[in-house]
Design a protein around this ligand. Structure first.
Ligand code: ACO
Ligand code: ZN
Length: 295
């Protein structure tokens, strides 16, 4: 088993070409055996088909008629668009996306069963088409309350706030959007469940989630002057109670009294944390959302 684990860690593909970017990969991804002898792959940035040679890609680009991910555009604000891709209706696209994503995800198993997933692909659009920035995937019917399977921002787009956007989008999609409470309750009625990302989280994944949870919770605690329970926070934010507890513990806002965890939000401490937390980056404008939950 150990040997197997180590074997799978050996990076096979060193770089990929995707749209106008050449990107160095991070991890092993189990491409089909006929790609074993390649160190570089050429992806069509729209259908995500991958090829061994540049000329093949050029030939492909002349006949590929996609200019955006397949599926429904469910959000558009300025140049930013989100597409919802059903893995069942777009199997090859779903599989291609998983091969691509695995190059940047360490401890994820690759799901061949893309039927069971929805993929939310975020794009920056211009007159040449919609260029993929990142995505998250979500199980259509999750047994546990997981609402996120994988999240990725492609390396050229990282540290610009897209990860936070994807997380906020996921949360506002399934539940309350804390930026705009009045709309949010509407959304919450549409799907209304509490969620948490699938474990294990990568270091970068945990950092991004923690950052998101921290900001959301601090904002509400500030508004309510700390007079609120973990249960109420969970109902308002759709964040799972355990995630709220660990986040608030890491901020030292929890005390254990008479066998119970209670929130102790000293206004000064809140302000200090709020200052350190920074702002949310790209906001999700819920009025730009075209959303019906998956049936
Ligand atoms: N170093 C330190 N902190 C970081 C880094 C980094 N390289 N990258 C992100 N962060 C933290 C920061 O706190 C950042 O906020 P800040 O910029 O205000 O300081 C916060 O995370 C979010 O930054 P964003 O710009 O919004 O996120 P980004 O677009 O870079 O995407 C993501 C974050 C998706 C985790 C990205 O790093 C990625 O795709 N990593 C590879 C794939 C991965 O690990 N995904 C999560 C796996 S777990 C799962 O899928 C359930
Ligand atoms: Zn194509």
């Amino acid at each position: 088993l150990r040997e197997h684990e180590e074997f799978t860690k050996v990076k096979n593909i060193a770089t990929i070409e995707l749209g106008r970017y050449e990107i160095e990969t991070w991890y092993f991804s189990p491409f089909p055996p006929e790609y074993n002898d390649s160190v570089k792959l050429y992806f069509c940035e729209f259908c995500l088909n991958f090829m061994k040679r540049k000329e093949q890609l050029q030939r492909h680009m002349r006949k590929c008629d996609l200019k955006h991910p397949p599926g429904d555009e469910i959000y558009r604000s300025g140049t930013l668009s989100m597409f919802e891709v059903d893995g069942k209706k777009n199997k090859v696209y779903g599989q291609n996306l998983c091969y691509l994503a695995k190059l940047f995800l360490d401890h994820k198993t690759l799901y061949y069963d893309v039927d069971l997933f929805l993929f939310y692909v975020l794009c920056e659009c211009d007159d040449r088409g919609c260029h993929m920035v990142g995505y998250f995937s979500k199980e259509k019917h999750s047994e546990e309350s997981y609402n996120l399977a994988c999240i990725l921002t492609l390396p050229p787009y990282q540290r610009k706030g897209y990860g936070k956007f994807l997380i906020a989008f996921l949360v506002s999609n399934g539940s309350l959007n804390y930026w705009r409470q009045e709309d949010a309750y509407e959304l919450s009625k549409k799907e209304g469940k509490v969620g948490t990302p699938e474990r294990p989280l990568s270091d970068l994944g945990l950092l991004s989630y923690r950052g998101y949870w921290t900001r959301v919770l601090l904002d509400i605690l500030k508004k309510h002057k700390g007079n609120i329970s973990i249960k109420e926070l969970s109902d308002m934010t759709a964040i799972k109670a355990e995630d709220i507890l660990t986040t608030l513990q890491s901020l030292e806002l929890i005390q254990y009294r008479k066998g119970q965890h209670v929130i102790c939000a000293d206004p000064k401490v809140l302000d200090r944390h709020l200052k350190a937390a920074g702002r949310g980056g790209l906001e999700v404008d819920v009025s730009k959302l075209i959303w019906t939950p998956y049936k």
